[in-house]
Design a protein around this ligand. Structure first.
Ligand code: 3PG
Length: 404
């Protein structure tokens, strides 16, 4: 359901679930992409004469002593940044649905924006007990006349502010959620071929579902990042002290066998940038991927792999990329991620449709100073975009469908 289905919003209070789970370093936002992505919906609601109440989470806070939470999980930096981007004051309530929220919302005028404190400061938000979540959702719903779900990054979570509240108020999806679903469905529904998927990041176990699903859908899978070592090991190579998920080796062997059966190409790095230790001051060199010394750790794909991956991307007509190729935050291990990103940009300018998914890869694009316009779509979702690529039904989207 679109915002238009909510009817005339003049003078109405609209609760918007956004995803402002942004990276912070010492209280300073290092990438505000998710906040910028929320602006079209917020501005549309303000232009429609609504007063907007934003609810969002930051991190996965745990109560310190009963009900107090670490200040580092406060949404204060996000509220301040949102205010700068909107060019208006964004008042942050000190609680979620308590006295501060009620007072803030009561004073809110059309055209104004308020934010509620981290929705996960209330443990009912993420409770597995339906009644607990529903109770929190009822308190949230009582603050507003309508609900707009625009936090694409959380639509895979069955949580009070994402799922349950949508059942209690007239509810619609915001423009970000629509844009994300439209773009990602180009990869999930009848993708133009060749369909090439690049997967990186540290944990195979996080991406097991997506890998097994993509073997059934993609034409080529390029594997880099920390997960490459479990694949190399599954092929019988030694990986030194590199990240290895030993309990996944058999599963990965199963994937390799299934991919061979289906004629899906799995492309692994041919060389690796290694160091003596994760925090060694400099890399120790580049070695062949099948000859990683026992005392070395791999921290990026090597230059030959970067070229290989770029070549495997060149003819792609649909590309999905999730996860960096190496420890890109450190310049000496960023070349692999850069090579892949540039390969994707080249394929995109050649008529391919490219999706960058996952918080880390999207942040890598910005941190490495790459041209964001070189990609067809940069998703704000991490787990959410992966689950959509897996072909799953996401609770936060399903609840907004016409049937509900
Ligand atoms: C994300 O960062 O992917 C989203 O904000 C969801 O966060 P979560 O994985 O803690 O639910």
């Amino acid at each position: 359901k679109t915002i238009a289905t909510l009817g005339d919003l003049t003078g109405k209070k609209v609760l918007v679930r956004s995803d402002f789970n942004v990276p912070l370093k010492e209280g300073v936002i290092t990438d505000d992409g998710r906040i910028r992505a929320a602006l079209p919906t917020l501005n549309a609601l303000l232009d429609a004469g609504a007063a907007v109440i934003v609810t969002a989470h930051l991190g996965r806070p745990k109560p310190v002593d009963g009900f107090t939470f670490e200040e580092k999980f406060s949404l204060a930096p996000a509220a301040a940044r949102l205010g700068e981007l909107l060019g208006k004051d964004v008042k942050l309530a000190a609680d979620l649905t308590g006295p501060s929220a009620q007072e803030t919302v009561a004073a809110l005028q059309p055209g104004e924006v308020a934010m509620l404190e981290n929705v996960r400061f209330d443990p009912r938000e993420t409770s597995k007990v339906d009644a607990e979540r529903e109770a929190q959702a009822a308190e949230l719903a009582a603050l507003a006349d309508a609900f707009v779900s625009d936090g694409f990054g959380v639509v895979h979570r069955k949580q009070a502010s994402v799922y349950d509240v949508a059942k209690l108020l007239p509810a619609a999806a915001g423009t970000l959620v629509f844009k994300e679903v439209d773009s990602l469905s180009r990869a999930t529904t009848d993708p133009e071929r060749p369909y090439v998927v690049v997967l990186g990041g540290s944990k195979v176990s996080d991406k097991l579902g997506v890998i097994s699903n993509l073997i059934e859908k993609a034409d080529r899978l390029l594997i880099g990042g920390g997960m490459m070592f479990t694949f190399l090991k599954a092929q019988g190579h030694e990986v030194g002290t590199s990240l290895l998920e030993a309990d996944q080796i058999e599963t990965v062997q199963g994937y390799l066998a299934r991919a061979a059966e289906r004629g899906v190409e799995i492309v692994l790095p041919v060389d690796v940038v290694v160091a003596d230790a994760f925090d060694a001051p400099a890399p120790a060199g580049v070695v062949a991927a099948d000859a990683i010394p026992a005392d070395k750790i791999g921290l990026d794909i090597g230059p030959a792999s970067g070229e290989l991956f770029a070549a495997k991307l060149a003819d792609a007509k649909t590309i999905a990329w999730n996860g960096p190729m190496g420890v890109f935050e450190r310049p000496e291990y960023a070349a692999g991620t850069r090579a892949v990103a540039e390969g994707i940009i080249a394929a995109t300018s050649n008529g391919g449709f490219s999706i960058v998914g996952g918080g880390d890869s999207a942040a890598a694009v910005r941190i490495l100073g790459l041209d964001e316009d070189g990609f067809s779509h940069i998703s704000t979702g991490g787990g959410a975009s992966l689950e959509l690529l897996e072909g799953k039904v996401l609770p936060g989207i399903d609840v907004l469908s016409d049937e509900n």
